[in-house]
Design a protein around this ligand. Structure first.
Ligand code: ARG
Ligand code: ZN
Length: 878
């Protein structure tokens, strides 16, 4: 485990390596407890580098068995080696072959970085710095080389041997029970994209032909018996490949594309060249075990990893500070893909919900960092919502600023210029500037300035002058290391909505640049005057969520209710509903009921029944902001119990006021036949129906409670079964115990389904949940070494249970501290990830703050040796 007290790595210190690696030849002899690796590197001194320059390679926990230069073993005084460094002070030649032998014990690799064994299958995870746990190397993204990988393993135990690129040779090793395979990847790549897999796996295959006619074999490997559960992932892959050809003009570039599903995996998935490795959660699906959210998640993660082939692999990052160059861009691409495959407004709402739930709190707390950070202590801690989700928002804003055509021109130029290179954000932005003649210097600030800006808008209408004046201002609060903030360029998509719901036109505008429906706010304060407006409109601002900001306006609740019912932009209809609900809920949490509540509830009823709207949209519009959303809106002195009670009460009020109406709708929407369709429109109906059921359950009506149990019993798919189970458990409804037992009996052998059963219980808002969480960790289906299991119990409790994690006695915080310490010795990445749940502790009321702070301190003071990952998060949180 890495636990050094290292100084931070700085962006401004970037230096290229003195040597280049022209070719990498790897030879693995795979054995679970003793694997040997021979790495032959063709090394050439970089032009201009000093002849005396040392070659210094990264390692992590390595055991060196020997090192040769041009096949001659080096004497001990000719190099220095530690588990994390190999240094040859002055290689004599300008070009030479360096051979390095290391040996590993993959069975003991509990960090799941480097080469490890998961359910008997050898697999690798090298991003960000896992390759150095396999062999000594320049383990950084700007050192690119073609790789050849030879693997030898027992044929019976590991019949499948996979590597990057194309298979060039395979066969039996005569006289042994072993076989071998040789894979060659002609595309130069950095070490983080290296992968191998060896195991006893089944697979499904499809033949794909690229738009220019090249045949590609697509394979998805899973455990035996899971073959049919990979069909949806394959379908998603084929659609992604076609979409990238059509929308970005990008084709696949090898003969084969392999995907492997693994059950022990720290993250979602990994885009290794030609050999993507996935957390099986993002591959396996069937109606009985996967929810609609899982189907959508598989579609987007499969697409994401595939899209990395161009944005990440063909063009990679110069250094890890540029991580958003591949991640933000690739998230943007996968979001666009899902928007095209499904409903664009529904996808946009879901993406914004996620941004606000995951990124806004990060940006507003002690872990805030710029989309392109300038320093880090542990790069694994920077695979964050800021890099990914906010990074995607920045790409989206570039598209908003340049328009569809300008954006495509810039992307084309980026691919043309930088294919085969390790690029920077400057390279990316320059491509857009040069392709369109736009100056994006001011826009660059979005990459270096952390924090979520708050935009304030005040509208006044002057009937006499027929003008609408918008006073806009922006402010970004200080974040760690950035006390002073500058104004950003903020594209605000807008419309001025007349009483009939249509946008009114205007004769001219002063005070801001306006292109079509996008207004540019680029100063701290701007007064924008629209002329020639004959009736008082309601401004609809930030349509489609055109910038990642918090918007505050002087619109009244009645104006918001109007937009909720009439805005032509579906996103802002949804946003207006959220804004109204937020104000009602915050008032309720302070003990007052606003008079507009009844109108709001009736407006919800209208949306519920409006068949002109997409069902999935109706389901989203009917969803109240989460308790975490409310805590974020309140921002300080937060009392999660008061929020939780307000939430419960408003749900009950909605259920009671609309009971008969929602029940009839619920009945009407019942599926006509029992065939399951995972597509977006059928999923939308399920989402709406389950939302209605939630209000029927919250109403307190006995009939409503009965409907929930009946819904559970008759469910023929996971989405319905799970929605009902959540209601039964969280509202403590009759039939809860039987339902939990029935779910467990039905799914006990399926880990992914059992994760849902764990999460339902860990997120129950009732007192006693912490004790239940502790019990769940003793369940036979639970395991402390599997990241999905830990996240489904501990992660779900800490991140998804506002009331019980934040219990006023601090028990939730103490549990997280203890658990972090327990996991840290085995899997630092996982420990650091769950520890993130402390990031908003400063916004709590004083009593809870004190308890949270003490728990965080107890981690640093425990006396246990901490990983760099956990130490970094704990220190930054404090
Ligand atoms: N590049 C992967 C993705 O597609 C994430 C891998 C990160 N892994 C890690 N151990 N930090 O998003
Ligand atoms: Zn990615």
């Amino acid at each position: 485990m890495r636990s050094e007290n290292a100084a931070p790595i700085l962006l401004k210190d970037y230096q290229p390596t003195p040597y280049l690696i022209e070719k990498v030849d790897l030879d693995f002899r795979l054995n679970p407890t003793h694997t040997t690796v021979r790495s032959k590197l063709t090394v050439r001194r970089r032009e201009g580098a000093a002849a005396t320059a040392a070659i210094e390679l990264d390692g992590d926990d390595l055991k060196l068995d020997g090192v040769c230069v041009d096949d001659i073993p080096l004497a001990e005084e000719e190099y220095t080696a530690t588990p994390d460094r190999l240094m040859i002070p002055a290689p004599a030649a300008e070009r030479f072959e360096l051979t390095i032998d290391t040996s590993l014990d993959p069975s003991k690799n509990t960090q799941l970085m480097g080469l490890y064994v998961s359910s008997g299958t050898f697999c690798t995870q090298c991003e960000a710095e896992g390759f150095r746990r396999i062999t000594y190397f320049y383990d950084r993204p700007d050192v690119l080389a073609p790789y050849t990988t030879r693997m030898t393993a027992n044929k019976k135990a590991y019949p499948v041997l996979l590597g990057n690129g194309n298979l060039v040779e395979s066969g039996d090793v005569t006289g042994t029970d072993e076989h071998y395979a040789v894979w060659h990847d002609p595309h130069p790549k950095p070490s983080y994209l290296f992968a191998l897999v060896a195991g006893n796996l089944a697979h499904i295959s499809t033949d794909y032909t690229t738009s220019s006619g090249s045949p590609v074999k697509l394979n998805i490997y899973v455990e035996h018996g899971n073959e049919t559960r990979a069909d949806w992932a394959m379908d998603s892959l084929v659609r992604s490949m076609r979409w990238d050809e059509q929308v970005f003009g990008r084709e696949y570039d090898l003969d084969v594309f392999n995907v492997v599903a693994i059950s022990d995996f720290n993250m979602g998935a990994m885009e290794n060249k030609g050999l993507n490795i996935f957390n099986d959660k993002y591959i396996l699906a069937d109606p009985d075990t996967a929810s609609d959210a899982d189907y959508a998640g598989i579609e987007s993660v499969v697409a994401h990893e595939y899209f990395h082939n161009w944005t990440g692999n063909r063009i990679t990052c110069r250094d890890w500070f540029q991580l958003c160059l591949k991640e933000g861009l690739t998230v943007f691409r996968d979001q666009e893909f899902s928007a095209d495959e499904r409903s664009r407004p529904v996808k946009r709402i879901a993406d914004v919900q996620r941004l606000k739930a995951a990124q806004f709190p990060e940006d507003g707390g002690p872990l805030a960092h710029p989309v392109r950070p300038e320093q880090y202590k542990e790069i694994n801690n920077f695979y964050t919502a800021t890099i990914y989700e906010k990074g995607a928002e920045l790409v989206r804003m570039i598209k908003t600023l340049l328009g569809e055509r300008g954006f495509r021109k810039g992307m084309d130029l980026y691919f043309e210029r930088h294919d085969g290179e390790a690029a920077t954000i400057e390279d990316f932005i320059k491509s857009f500037e040069d392709a369109t003649g736009t100056d994006l210097r001011h826009f660059m600030l979005w990459y270096s300035q952390a924090g979520t800006p708050t935009v304030t808008a005040e509208a006044t209408y002057d009937a006499q002058a027929q003008t609408l004046t918008l006073t806009l201002s922006q402010e970004t609060r200080p974040t760690p290391n950035q006390p002073q903030k500058k104004p950003l360029v903020i594209p605000i998509r807008f419309g001025l909505v007349a009483a009939n719901g249509k946008d009114v036109g205007y004769s001219k505008v002063e005070g801001a640049t306006v292109n079509a429906d996008v207004l540019l706010l680029n100063e701290a304060q701007q007064t924008v005057v629209f002329h020639g407006i004959s009736e008082k409109p309601v401004p609809s601002l930030l349509r489609e969520f055109s910038a990642p900001v918090n918007l505050r306006s002087n619109l009244s609740l009645d104006d918001q209710l109007f937009l909720m019912g009439r805005d032509s932009d579906p996103f802002n209809r949804w946003q207006a509903a959220q804004t109204v609900a937020t104000r009602l809920l915050i008032s309720r949490s302070r003990g007052e009921n606003l008079p507009q509540e009844a109108s709001f509830i009736d407006a919800l009823g209208e949306i519920a029944a409006d068949t002109c709207l997409d069902t999935a949209f109706r389901a989203l519009a009917l969803q109240l902001p989460s308790e975490a959303d409310l805590a974020r809106e309140i921002g300080e002195n937060v009392d999660p119990d008061a929020i939780g009670r307000a939430h419960e009460d408003l749900r009950a009020a909605i259920g009671q006021r609309l009971y008969g109406y929602l029940r009839d709708l619920y009945v009407e929407l019942a599926p006509k036949d029992s065939r399951f369709d995972p597509g977006a429109s059928a999923a939308g109906v399920r989402a709406l129906r389950n939302r209605l059921l939630g209000y029927l359950a919250a109403s307190g009506e006995a009939e409503g409670h009965g409907l929930v149990k009946a819904h559970f019993d008759s469910a023929n798919n996971m989405t319905d079964r799970l929605s009902a189970l959540v209601l039964l458990d969280h509202l403590n409804l009759p039939g809860k115990t039987e339902a939990l037992a029935a779910f467990e009996a039905r799914h006990k052998t399926d880990h992914l389904a059992m994760d849902k059963w764990f999460t339902v219980q860990a997120t129950c808002p009732a007192p006693g949940t912490l004790a239940r969480v502790k019990e769940l960790t003793n369940h036979p289906a639970f395991s402390w070494t599997n990241p999905n299991r830990v996240r489904s119990v501990v992660g779900a409790f800490c991140a998804g249970n506002q009331r019980q994690f934040n219990a006023p006695d601090g028990s939730g915080y103490d549990y997280l501290a203890e658990t972090t310490l327990q996991i840290d010795g085995k899997n630092p990445q996982l420990a650091a990830r769950i520890l993130n749940s402390f990031r908003s502790w400063r916004s709590l009321e004083a009593g809870r703050q004190e308890k949270a702070k003490a728990a965080l301190k107890s981690i640093l003071d425990s006396g246990q040796e901490l990983s760099t990952d956990t130490k970094d998060i704990a220190e930054r949180c404090l």
